[in-house]
Every structure is written in structure tokens, then in C-alpha cells.
Design a protein around this ligand. Structure first.
Ligand SMILES: [Mg+2]
Length: 399
């Protein structure tokens, strides 16, 4: 692969920064934007609030304990969407290859744009200056030869900073970082790596690939590649898949919520396994039922935080099942995930509910188990520990 120039542009404390821009009385103060209800979580904390340990995805009640004098406000999405539109416009004035990740961040493929915008740091400055001119907001930018390293870099000099990793220096650039910074390394995988004597990204490159593969299978290769700063994923300008689904025509007609739910369990597993395999998450879930008379009905819902685990899918299914007629004979059931987003990095937390990160971690761990030992295998006493195996039994009889 020829050298590419990838920028990751990320607004600084975006929701909080918009509020501080629009409300001068919030400036210089610890401001926490997020869910204010009983199960609310912090969406964005201003840098003043971060000094007290308040961060995204923290339950609001905990944030109130950590920062009792903080200003807690509910999000004002329309203002953020408007600022986001202006930011995305700046991106598209620099390159057609823009992959938005959320309202306030995107990957830009700027390969071949040197004649127009100069060196990568000059590209970054051009983008940041135009964003500031139009929105009075600051952005941080990471420049590298691939998405993973650019994403890591944008976080290094926040707020209002530019970080460049020149091609060839990736390994040294990443070496001091904690392994959790590697894409796909959650708490459980980090613990397993730590048990193996790995603390930093540099510790991984000190090991041989066969050593890691023997211990961790495909996942071992994944972290080894990333630790060397290798990532071939391209900047995806549009969502390649519109939806991902699974359905079953039943050998005998069924009726009733329990029977339908039971048949949906393996489909939920199938669809979410597919999502994880493609590093996608779904904002929308669709339930499909075909009755014995061949009439087809669907019910859709949107989730507040995009999902890729069967447990969250099941919660959505339970809600959808209440909204559909199930007491007449049914010949086919189906599920689809739609409004898919790329899952190449941790998502911004839900504004309203605690994230399902832990559950997802378990299920990705189960994916690697399945690829290692075959589908249907539940391995006890593996490096994942027993909790993963038991969790699997919680929700579904099938595999
Ligand atoms: Mg941001």
C-alpha cells in the first residue's frame, strides 16, 4: 500500500464547547452535558470539569459526587447538529474522502492534496482555522499514514492541537501507550494481555507474532499489527452496507410472544456476530413477521447508542415484540440491523443510558473463542475466564 495521508479531526469537548460558546456564563466553569435523569450518563464534560475526574460515559450521579459545584445541563442537540453541519462542510471543502464517525469527528483521506493544502501539518492548520472562523470552536487533528495512528494522534495534544506521526515512525510513536489505546482492546482483553506481561504497546512489539498467535489466536495478530502501526482500513465515504439481517421460514407455524422470541434468539446472535465481524454498529433494529396468510409486517426502532451485541439487540426485540400482533399463526420471523456505523473506535456514550460496553466486550471475546474453537463451543477456564461462558448461557439456549 502506498503511503496515504489520513487526518483524524476531532472537536474538543464538543457539546460542552458549543454550550460555553453560546452561554458566556458557562465559560471557565466545570460544565457537564448529559442525561440528568436517574440513569443518566455524562455525554461531554468541559475541560474544567475533567480536572475533577468527570468524563464521558460516567453515570451522572457519580459526576455529581466528583464535581458537586459543576453545572449540569441536558444536551441541546439542535445546536450541536448545526455546528456539526458547518464542520462537515469544512471537511468536504478539503477532500471528497470524508468518513464521519460522529457529529464531531471524521477521518479525511488527504492523499494527493499536497499541492492544494501543503504538508500534513499545513492541511491540519487549514482545516482548524476554517472551523474556528465559522464556528468559534477548536478542533484537534492527528495526521498519519493510516486511520488507527491518526486517531491515536488526534488525542495526544488535546485541546486545540495538531499531532503528526510521520510514516515509518509508527512503532516508536505508539510504544509508550497503554494497550487499552489499541483499537479493539477492551478491559477483559487488556487484563488477559497484562497477565501475559504486556503493559504497553511497546511490550507487544517486543514479542514475536507466533508467540502472540499461539496465546491469543487472531486477536494476537490483530494487536500485533496495530502495535506496529499497521492498519489498512480505507476511509469510507459512505456506508457500504445499508442493513444486515437474518430470517427464518419456520417448518411449522407458531403463535405467541414466547415462541417468536425463542426463534429470534439465534437470529440476534447471527446478526450481531455479523456486525462485529464487519466492525459495524446499528442505530436501528427491525423486526419482521410474515403471517400464515403471507402478509408481512415490520416494526422498527432506534436505539440511543449504537449496538453490536446480542444482549442489547434482545432488549430492542422485547420492545418491538410488544408492538406487533403475535397471536395469529406466523410462518417467518426475521431481524435486521440498519443505520450502520463504522465501529473503528469507541463510540460516544449514549446520552440517556449506561453503555453496554462490558457486554460487548464479552461477546467479542466470545467471537474470538468461536473462531478459535469453533461455533458451539463454550470454553471454561480459558483466558476469558468463566464469566464470559456463563454470560452466554444467560440469554440464549442456542448457539
Ligand atoms: Mg470530540
Amino acid at each position: 500500500l502506498a503511503d496515504r495521508t489520513i487526518l483524524h479531526v476531532d472537536m474538543d469537548a464538543f457539546f460542552a464547547a458549543v454550550e460555553q460558546r453560546d452561554n458566556p456564563e458557562y465559560r471557565g466553569k466545570p460544565l457537564i452535558v448529559g442525561g440528568t435523569g436517574r440513569r443518566g450518563v455524562v455525554s461531554t464534560a468541559s475541560y474544567e470539569a475533567r480536572k475533577f475526574g468527570v468524563g464521558s460515559a460516567m453515570p451522572t450521579f457519580k459526576a455529581k459526587k466528583a464535581c458537586p459545584h459543576g453545572i449540569f445541563i441536558a444536551p441541546r442537540m439542535s445546536a450541536y447538529v448545526e455546528a456539526s453541519r458547518q464542520i462537515m462542510e469544512v471537511f468536504s471543502e478539503h477532500t471528497p474522502a470524508v468518513e464521519p464517525l460522529s457529529l464531531d469527528e471524521a477521518f479525511l483521506d488527504m492523499t494527493g492534496c499536497e499541492r492544494l493544502f501543503g504538508t500534513p501539518p499545513e492541511m491540519a492548520e487549514s482545516i482548524r482555522a476554517l472551523i474556528f472562523e465559522r464556528t468559534a470552536l477548536t478542533a484537534s487533528v492527528g495526521c498519519a499514514a493510516n486511520k488507527f495512528v491518526a486517531k491515536v494522534a488526534s488525542d495526544m495534544n488535546k485541546p486545540d492541537g495538531v499531532t503528526v506521526c510521520t510514516p515509518g515512525s509508527e512503532r516508536a510513536f505508539l510504544a509508550p501507550l497503554a494497550i487499552r489505546r489499541l483499537w479493539g482492546v477492551g478491559p477483559r482483553a487488556a487484563a488477559a494481555l497484562q497477565d501475559f506481561g504486556v503493559q504497553t504497546v511497546g511490550d507487544i512489539t517486543a514479542l514475536s507474532l507466533p508467540t502472540l498467535e499461539r496465546r491469543f489466536g487472531n486477536f494476537g495478530r490483530h494487536v500485533w499489527e496495530l502495535a506496529h502501526g499497521r492498519d489498512d482500513r480505507s476511509v469510507q465515504t459512505e456506508r457500504r452496507r445499508v442493513s444486515m439481517g437474518a430470517e427464518r421460514t419456520l417448518s411449522n407455524n407458531i403463535t405467541g410472544v414466547d415462541a417468536v422470541r425463542h426463534r429470534l434468539l439465534p437470529l440476534a446472535d447471527e446478526v450481531t456476530t455479523g456486525l462485529r465481524a464487519k466492525n459495524l454498529r446499528a442505530w436501528g433494529i427491525r423486526l419482521k413477521v410474515k403471517y400464515a396468510d403471507f402478509t408481512l409486517t415490520t416494526r422498527d426502532m432506534r436505539v440511543s447508542s449504537p449496538i453490536c451485541d446480542a444482549g442489547s439487540m434482545l432488549e430492542a426485540i422485547d420492545e418491538l415484540l410488544q408492538r406487533i400482533e403475535l397471536n395469529v399463526p406466523i410462518r417467518l420471523v426475521g431481524l435486521a440491523a440498519f443505520e450502520l456505523s463504522d465501529d473503528s473506535q469507541p463510540q460516544q456514550a449514549s446520552l440517556f443510558e449506561a453503555p453496554s460496553a462490558k457486554r460487548e466486550g464479552l461477546e467479542s471475546a466470545l467471537d474470538s473463542l468461536r473462531s478459535k474453537f469453533g461455533s458451539g463451543t463454550v470454553v471454561r477456564g480459558s483466558w476469558l475466564g468463566d464469566e464470559a461462558a456463563e454470560k452466554k448461557h444467560d440469554w440464549g439456549p442456542d448457539d
